[in-house]
Design a protein around this ligand. Structure first.
Ligand SMILES: [Zn+2]
Length: 401
């Protein structure tokens, strides 16, 4: 059997890791280089440093312009942590270099910290990964499939039986020959409106979607993509079809990686982060050595997410209500929402197929607005506005997809 070059590539070995990040000073230097490669920049006003000093073992910089003081971790995902950076770095190494998911319990043992600390570190890292992947857009040939996480589709109660079973949609961008390139995984119901939202967020209008006969996938054409339906008889035969090899392999690996290691994982509450973690690693699997450095940048760029927010995120997302979780987070979310339309062209310019179905510019704007809103929401805590959802649902129903 030919050697799989992706599977056999060298990663960042433990000995290399310890020589690079073995001491607290090395971790601090790496974090500083990732955050301020050209020297300290005040997060409040963008000014340069006047002075720096050490207080309670932590280095602070004082801004020359506004006199505010800032530590290395303030304003990043590391904010408010009481653990040494070294522990964080080890967690990052473990989470990025193993193929399977590493449970919080395993992390607790490996890092020598309490379960609560291990759980928090893991979820904060997963949250940073989720934010990094929230704008993932697939192009070209895309295999689309539905699945349930936290249980098998066959066996037991079919589909929605278990409470800890969540519906997900998996999309894999492949080469023309069907080799997997990038993936996008989302926790969402298998309904037309949700698939339309998924397509608007994560599929380029130039993509060609390949799916089975499930009715809701037709909604992807709303954004103008070409849709190739392969109606299968279901069961084992459909799993072996060449048209779905990439997405089926991904789903198979995902179930092995997650279900095998996280027995006590609360999928109903945290599946969105769990999926994002798998997606993050899958989309960076071509360069296992670089993934650690990229994750460090993701953690530096992510806004702080304190324990309350980490635990409340999904509850909040499901209920659609907004709760106040720190002014900074709110401000960043708003900035991101406002910045979005200018930052990227709207996703619905091509009306090749959608043209006949869309009633007018209002609907077009609604879906684009929904897209922008959700992108902004995901930059913060994953808020979804119920009103926007309801309007999008009505729109999709009116188009009778
Ligand atoms: Zn300043």
């Amino acid at each position: 059997m030919a050697m799989n070059r992706i599977q056999f590539q060298p990663g960042l070995s433990m000995s290399e890791f310890f020589s690079l990040y073995g001491s607290e000073a090395q971790c601090e230097a790496a974090l500083q280089a990732a955050r301020w490669p050209a020297g300290f920049v005040c997060p409040d006003c963008g000014g340069a440093a006047r002075t720096s000093f050490v207080r309670r073992g932590l280095r602070y910089w004082e801004c020359g312009a506004c006199s505010s003081q800032c530590s290395l971790i303030r304003g990043t995902m590391f904010e408010a942590t009481k653990l040494p950076l070294n522990v964080w770095f080890m967690a990052m190494q473990l989470l990025t270099q193993s193929k399977n998911n590493v449970s919080a319990l395993e992390l607790m043992r490996q890092l020598g910290v309490s379960y609560r600390s291990a759980w928090l570190i893991k979820h904060k890292i997963m949250e940073a990964m989720r934010q990094r992947e929230s704008e993932r857009e697939l192009d070209g040939r895309v295999e689309l499939d539905d699945a349930f996480l936290g249980g098998q589709r066959s066996g037991g109660k079919s589909g929605r039986g278990s409470e800890n079973k969540v519906p997900i949609v998996a999309a894999v961008q492949t080469t023309a020959q069907g080799k997997p390139l990038l993936a996008c995984l989302r926790q969402q119901p298998h309904t037309s409106e949700q698939v339309a939202v998924f397509a608007a967020q994560h599929l380029s209008t130039r993509s060609i979607v390949v799916s089975d006969g499930l009715q809701c996938f037709r909604a992807a054409t709303l954004i103008g993509v070409d849709h190739e339906r392969v109606v299968t008889g279901g069961g084992r035969a459909s799993v072996e079809l060449a048209q779905f090899r990439a997405v089926n392999t991904l789903l198979g690996n995902l179930k092995t990686a997650i279900t095998g290691t996280c027995h006590a994982f609360n999928f109903a509450k945290y599946a969105h982060r769990c999926l994002a973690e798998a997606q993050y690693r899958f989309n960076r699997r071509f360069d296992m050595r670089a993934i650690f450095g990229r994750l460090l940048h993701a953690l530096v760029a992510a806004p702080p997410c304190h324990e309350r927010a980490v635990r409340a995120a999904e509850v909040c997302r499901q209920s659609g209500r907004r709760i106040k979780v720190g002014r900074e987070l709110q401000a960043r979310r708003l900035q991101s929402t406002e910045a979005h339309p200018a930052a990227r062209p709207l996703r619905l310019p091509d009306r090749r197929q959608a043209g006949n179905r869309l009633a007018g510019a209002g609907d077009h704007d609604l879906l684009a607005g929904l897209h922008a809103f959700e992108q902004g929401g995901q930059a913060g805590l994953g808020f979804i506005d119920v009103d926007v959802h309801a309007r999008a649902s009505r729109l999709v129903r009116s188009l009778s997809i």
